[in-house]
Design a protein around this ligand. Structure first.
Ligand SMILES: Nc1ncnc2c1ncn2[C@@H]1O[C@H](COP(=O)(O)OP(=O)(O)OP(=O)(O)O)[C@@H](O)[C@H]1O
Ligand SMILES: [Mg+2]
Length: 233
């Protein structure tokens, strides 16, 4: 099993009151191309773990290695570059920039990565097409439904063709039809492009198709279920 992403003895303590160990100790290896679902009760440390895996937060102890690069060896700009080029993020509250249109939101990560304008234009069109959002390209987020906003957010997350997509409750604010659409999009990109997905979700639809389900409790991994015969290798 070749891991694309590895967490070793990962812990995060927040200095509030006497200190809160949101994450006590997590060891996790995510196989390249896998669809991983993280689940567990509210407050057990799922978001904290995902933020550490994505380099959005620094651990109190332990380390994360993505494609052989240890986050502890990167300064802030190195970590920002890694996030920009290798990781796509999808959040529960969509987090689109409200002044930009759908297509401008999708194009932004490519602009920041310095892609040539012609390539940005064609990739943006392809991503909006793939997420079924071409007809709303000129709409700003408040002119879109929640489901549509999340599809644009998925297109944006995939803009720089990241090796891994991290999603925190991506269907948490969607009805069942829109949730199913987002799940299907994730599964399609996982299957067709071999992108690795790590998704925090309570949605049984995600767990059903996962290669690995990580069940967390009290800042630790309580159980790890690996499925045979799925895409992980
Ligand atoms: N910035 C912070 N400062 C202090 N404590 C925090 C901070 N972020 C999270 N915590 C605490 O760490 C614990 C884990 O929080 P986390 O957000 O990771 O949980 P979660 O599993 O994502 O929960 P939910 O399912 O409700 O989103 C909680 O007890 C929370 O109160
Ligand atoms: Mg959370």
């Amino acid at each position: 099993m070749k891991a694309i992403l590895e967490a070793t003895a990962l812990g995060r303590r927040f200095p509030v009151g006497e200190g809160v160990w949101a994450l006590k100790r997590v060891d996790l290896a995510v196989p390249r191309g896998a669809f991983v679902v993280i689940t567990g009760p509210s407050g057990c440390g799922k978001t904290t773990l995902l933020n550490l895996l994505g380099g959005l937060d620094r651990p109190t102890r332990g380390d994360v290695v993505l494609k052989g690069l240890a986050y502890s060896r990167l300064d802030e700009s190195g970590l920002a570059r890694l996030r920009r080029t290798e990781i796509g993020f999808v959040f529960q509250f969509f987090n689109l920039l409200s002044d930009l249109t759908a297509e401008e939101n999708v194009a932004l990560p490519m602009r920041l990565a310095g892609l040539p304008p012609a390539e940005i234009t064609s990739r943006t069109a392809a991503l909006l097409e793939a997420t079924g959002m071409s007809h709303r390209a000129r709409h700003t987020p408040h002119e879109l439904s929640g489901g549509e906003q999340q599809r644009v957010a998925v297109a944006r997350a995939l803009a720089n063709d990241p090796a891994i997509v991290l999603a925190d409750e991506p269907t948490g604010n969607l009805d069942s039809k829109n949730s199913e659409d987002i799940m299907e999009l994730f599964r399609r990109f996982n299957r067709e492009k071999g992108q690795t997905f790590v998704v925090v979700s309570h949605d049984p639809g995600f767990a059903e198709h996962a290669d690995m389900v990580v069940r967390m409790r009290d800042g630790e991994v309580q159980a790890l279920e690996e499925r045979e015969g799925t895409g992980a290798c």
